[in-house]
Design a protein around this ligand. Structure first.
Ligand code: SAH
Ligand code: F3S
Length: 485
């Protein structure tokens, strides 16, 4: 999980290079990097899978790549600047390897479209999030020396029929995508424009993917969507067209609580997580399902964005502060051990000091386990971008963000300390970053714990007695295997 500051600067970090299991006979080399949200990392696994059928194996060496793809993020201006800088680095390498082709995928491709080809001469290929199946055709164009672009958004595409190649995998945890796009139209957010209207993936293909992951040794999956709680399968098509579905389709529709249950039952030993939840779409039956199944991890990422009713309204977040508290109370009542994390934006247009204080007092009420905190970044084309002046001075935004980060640090510490002198169940994911003598993994409520390796191995579910902690990491000693292994 890292500490709070690490999370804020997440998008500054260089995107991770991905490793693909090599397919025999493949001659061409693909270098693929992802920036931004988990959905982008998951999408890159789909892209790698499509391209492995086109003769590409991945490489981690930029210099030897025939094709360089960067999966991009548009959520904040800073995220876009990071990608632009990275393109310049590719450019330097391309001078020594003129045959190298460069493609831009994801949200920036969708947002900037042909502008990308004009602005960044280095780019040969621009592909939006719904057009990855067209990559073989687009690459044929590029091979013939032409620029290629497909940024058409789809009503149906969920890539449910593509079996992702797990890249840079620890072999233990994996993402399973369940919805694409978003219909919520929060006024600050570019996602509905870059990822299109909301569609849900066939539950059968989701369960098959979970079963396949289990058979390959994976122990934990995260069901992924911009807004998982609005998942709704009624035979395919856009969420907004559900009204037009037949009576039979309506009667047999699968909602998120049901999908969660199906997933938990399909592999009772697989740990199940999900992300992200918009409070306005979160329903009691999801909390009940979480409470009922031991293998559903007890953590909810529940972004609130602001603690002020007026700002929530301006953001088109369709719940009040009071309703959010009710939801928190319900979660705590049914699952007392459940951790809750958040996203918050400081300095949304018209935000006053009083609005900011409301955010701090909301945080005091919830005492989140951790959070991702940002200053407002105006995005062209969004409702706030078009209709509202970005009027909170940068210094005030930064100061308010700092207040939020400081308070969150106290709350993280408070929540982490609650695990002291208890035994927690940890799924071992990898060696600790700080010491290769220690394992690192997460509790069900998504707190990172480190402990001496002893005879345990990656993928083991281990009981760990917690003796110490930092503000965000538990420190302990293994006391034996969990009975659930
Ligand atoms: N539904 C997705 C939203 C993705 S954006 C999810 O909840 O994960 C992730 C977070 O980025 C949002 O919750 C919000 O806090 C932040 N964000 C989105 N647009 C932003 C903007 N224009 N400026 C600053 N932060 C923004
Ligand atoms: Fe963005 Fe709101 Fe959807 S934050 S992704 S429009 S739920």
């Amino acid at each position: 999980m890292g500490n709070v500051m690490e999370k804020i600067i997440d998008e500054n970090k260089q995107g991770e290079t991905l490793i693909l299991d090599k397919k025999e006979g493949n001659q061409r080399k693909l270098f693929i990097e992802s920036y931004g949200c988990a959905m982008n990392f998951s999408d890159s696994e789909i892209v790698a899978s499509i391209l492995s059928e086109q003769g590409f194996n991945t490489t981690q060496k930029l210099e030897e790549a025939d094709l360089v793809l960067v999966n991009t993020c548009s959520i904040r201006d800073k995220a876009e600047q990071t990608v632009r800088k990275r393109l310049q680095q590719y450019n330097a390498v391309k001078r020594t390897n003129p045959k190298m082709k460069v493609g831009v995928l994801g949200c920036m491709a969708e947002r900037l479209k042909t502008k990308f080809l004009e602005e960044e001469k280095i780019v040969d290929l621009v592909v939006g999030p719904d057009a990855y199946k067209d990559l073989p055709n687009l690459l044929a164009e590029v091979d013939e020396g032409r620029d290629a672009i497909n940024v058409v958004l789809s009503k149906e595409e969920t890539y449910g029929d593509i079996s992702p190649v797990r890249l840079n995998s620890n072999g233990v945890t994996a993402f399973v995508s369940i919805t694409r796009g978003c219909d919520n139209m929060c006024t600050f957010c570019v996602v509905p424009f870059t990822r299109g209207r909301e569609r849900s993936r066939d539950p059968q293909s989701i369960i098959e993917e979970i079963n396949d992951l289990w058979s390959k040794g994976f122990k934990e999956i995260t069901l992924l969507g911009q807004n998982v709680d609005s998942y709704l399968w009624y035979g395919g098509g856009l969420k907004k067209d559900f009204e037009k579905a037949t009576d039979l389709q309506k009667a047999t529709a699968v909602n998120f609580a049901k999908l969660l249950e199906l997933s938990a039952k399909a592999q009772p030993k697989m740990r199940i997580r999900f992300s992200t939840s918009n409070p306005q779409d979160f329903t009691m039956d999801v909390i009940e399902t979480m409470a009922k199944y031991d293998n559903i991890c007890k953590h909810i990422h529940l972004p609130v964005q602001s603690g002020s009713d007026r700002i929530l309204k301006e953001m088109n977040r369709l719940h009040t502060r009071e309703e959010y508290f009710e939801l928190i109370d319900n979660i705590r009542r049914l699952i007392p051990e459940c951790s809750i994390s958040m996203d918050l934006i400081a300095g949304f247009p018209t935000e006053t000091e009083q609005d900011h204080k409301d955010t701090l007092s909301l945080m005091e009420y919830v005492k989140y386990s951790f959070g991702y905190m940002f200053t407002y970044s105006e995005r062209p084309g969004t409702m706030a971008g078009r209709k509202m002046e970005d009027d909170v001075p940068e210094v005030d935004k930064k100061r308010r963000l700092n207040d939020i980060v400081q308070l969150q640090r106290q709350h993280s510490e408070y929540r982490t300390r609650q695990h002291l002198n208890t035994t927690v169940e940890i799924l071992i994911e990898k060696a600790s970053k700080k010491s290769d003598q220690q394992w690192s993994g997460r509790t069900s409520d998504s707190i990172v714990a480190v402990f001496p390796k002893e005879h345990y191995k990656v993928g083991d579910l281990v009981n760990v007695y917690i003796t110490d902690c930092t503000s965000a990491t538990l420190i302990g000693e293994a006391v034996g295997y969990s009975k659930k292994n």
